[in-house]
Design a protein around this ligand. Structure first.
Ligand SMILES: [Zn+2]
Length: 288
């Protein structure tokens, strides 16, 4: 049984807009318009639907600290109340959600946007509900400081939201075609760029070379930085690169990658949703 969060009473007026997360899902109340998903929910609806022992509350500061976003995080072991809809944020930007929900995500490339604010809030709220107890001695951590640090009152261990770097790479061949792959985790028949997590001690360039070789058997050269995006599925920072094919034939690993092919601009398959850095990078290539 969850114990009540040691938070002070929630200083929200009934009409305040806030976000409710459960892991990387965003929850919306019965009858809400999916197209307004990124605008949040009124606080009175949240208070009426959830018991205090089921949720954590935190005002997540914006990166420039000019304001804070009121957020709730439902423990993963608690199911959403009847009628509440749960939308996977990852699916929202990767494809495979109802059309109305997809409309909630404007085409925003990799720059700051309402979506990046929601991604940050989601990242921090997952950390909040996953860091209730000290990972070293098991004592209950203190509530987060404004710097988003949780300190153990017994052993002094400090815990910040975890960031796991991951690369995503746009590979082109001599004919100007792009390599796109279908990962078995993808919904439907979506094809996207090769991506993977950095290992301890690895340089980002090493990760690009290793992931591309492991997943599709190709060599790459001329690796250069394109852009990045916070990606809370979970805890990630996606770091985008472009690279040129330097050798080898496509050989899918069969574990993660089921199919990979070279595509020209006029023959593209189903792509990830707008709002993801993968789509941004593909569109950048398509525009020449
Ligand atoms: Zn401790």
């Amino acid at each position: 049984m969850m114990k009540q969060s040691p938070q002070t009473p929630i200083p929200l007026s009934p009409s305040s807009r806030c976000f409710v997360f459960r892991g990387a899902e965003i929850l919306i109340p019965p009858g809400a318009d999916l197209r307004r998903l990124l605008e949040g929910v009124s606080a009175d609806k949240v208070r009426a639907a959830f018991k205090p022992e089921e949720i954590e509350y935190l005002e997540v500061p914006l990166l420039d600290r000019s304001a804070a976003v009121p957020c709730f995080s439902l423990y993963r072991c608690v199911l959403p109340p009847p009628g509440w809809e749960s939308v996977s944020l990852r699916a929202l930007v990767s494809g495979g959600v109802p059309e109305a929900a997809a409309e909630a995500v404007p085409y925003c490339g990799a720059g700051p946007s309402a979506l990046s604010t929601v991604f940050r809030a989601c990242h921090v709220m997952q950390w909040l509900s996953d860091s209730v107890f000290c990972g070293s001695c098991g004592s209950r951590n203190k509530i987060p400081t404004p710097e988003l640090a949780r300190v153990c009152p017994v052993c002094g261990r400090v815990e910040y939201p975890r960031l796991s770097p991951a690369i995503i790479v746009r590979i082109c061949n001599r004919d100007g075609e792009i390599l796109l792959a279908h990962d078995r985790k993808f919904v439907g028949n979506i094809y996207s760029l090769i991506a993977g997590f950095c290992e301890a001690g690895e340089r980002l360039e090493d990760t690009v070379e290793r992931e591309v070789f492991e997943e599709v058997g190709l060599g790459v050269r001329n690796i250069r930085y394109v852009g990045s995006q916070g990606w809370p599925f979970p805890n990630s920072l996606m770091i985008g690169f472009a690279a040129d094919h330097s050798g080898g034939e496509i050989r899918c690993d069969g574990v993660e990658i089921e199919d990979a092919r070279w595509f020209g601009r006029d023959s593209l398959p189903e792509l990830p949703g707008h709002g993801s850095i993968s789509r941004f990078m593909i569109e950048e290539w398509r525009a020449g």
